[in-house]
Write a protein that binds this ligand. Structure first.
Ligand SMILES: [Zn+2]
Length: 267
């Protein structure tokens, strides 16, 4: 699932290519991703609108089309956005920008969601969303954990707690900070939380700088893979040697999700 670095990569790429451009047409190959309005209404509303701005909140991508009109795209599990000259495999909705530029929303499993709203802040998942990790100071970050009894790794992935972190970067961040993924948040020492903050920020920034992680279907909008995989320390490394201590990486299920960690480095 695309997480903060992947959605940020998409945001940066598409901002450069599409801000100021007009949506000439919309081809709806599959109505399922479109929420809230009929496909006809969707099509008619955004046809000939110009993209004013593209931004990200958590894992949500938002296109500003007018002061009170926003196109919000949530890629969920398997959605990808490809800007190319042709219709791509599994394209469900295609935004035609003219001059052979087609923005394809592709999704093999059709969990991605597209909606038109007058105020993106009022989208329920946005209203309940936690703060942006890259916009926080370490004190604010540490304060989030006060009184939280939840296990640290599922807590980091909870979008109401913190925005944009999923299964890849939560595992990598707790490994980097030497924290066991099953530790109770309120039992973690302040210095460790500070370390976690530094780890999370540096991991997210590095991942953004190399275009995210293509561990599943995710691709950058130009169709190329992100290059963060070679930096992953524990994610999907079950049974392999820890890069720090050479002992074996283990896999557990934490908060319902597969989680790899080093039992020796993460106490
Ligand atoms: Zn280790």
């Amino acid at each position: 699932m695309p997480e903060l670095p992947e959605v940020q990569t998409i945001k940066e790429y598409l901002s450069e290519k599409l801000v100021g451009e007009q949506i000439k047409n919309v081809v709806i190959k599959d109505e399922r991703p479109i929420k809230g309005v009929s496909s006809e209404e969707f099509k008619e509303t955004i046809k000939s609108k110009q993209v004013k701005e593209i931004f990200r909140r958590g894992k949500l991508l938002v296109f500003k089309l007018e002061e009170k009109l926003f196109l919000a795209i949530h890629l969920r599990i398997n959605g990808i956005l490809i800007l190319s000259e042709k219709e791509e495999r599994f394209a469900r909705v295609i935004f035609d920008f003219g001059k052979n530029r087609l923005l394809n929303l592709c999704d093999s499993r059709v969990f991605a969601q597209v909606q038109l709203v007058s105020d993106w802040r009022k989208i329920p998942i946005v209203e309940k969303m936690g703060p942006e990790p890259l916009e926080m100071e370490k004190e604010e970050f540490a304060a989030l954990f006060k009184g939280k009894k939840a296990k640290i790794k599922p807590l980091l992935m909870d979008q109401h707690f913190l925005a944009g972190i999923g299964n890849i970067y939560a595992q990598e961040a707790v490994f980097c900070a030497g924290i066991n993924p099953e530790s109770r948040a309120n039992a973690i020492e302040p210095q460790r939380l500070e370390k976690l903050y530094q780890c999370l920020i540096s991991i997210l920034k590095k991942a953004i700088s190399v275009g995210g992680s293509s561990v599943d279907v995710y691709l950058r909008p130009d169709g190329t893979k992100g290059r963060y995989e070679s930096f992953l320390k524990v994610y999907q490394r079950n049974g392999q040697a820890c890069f720090k201590c050479n002992s074996q990486i283990k896999r557990i299920v934490s908060g319902g999700r597969g989680t790899c960690f080093c039992p020796k480095c993460q106490k």
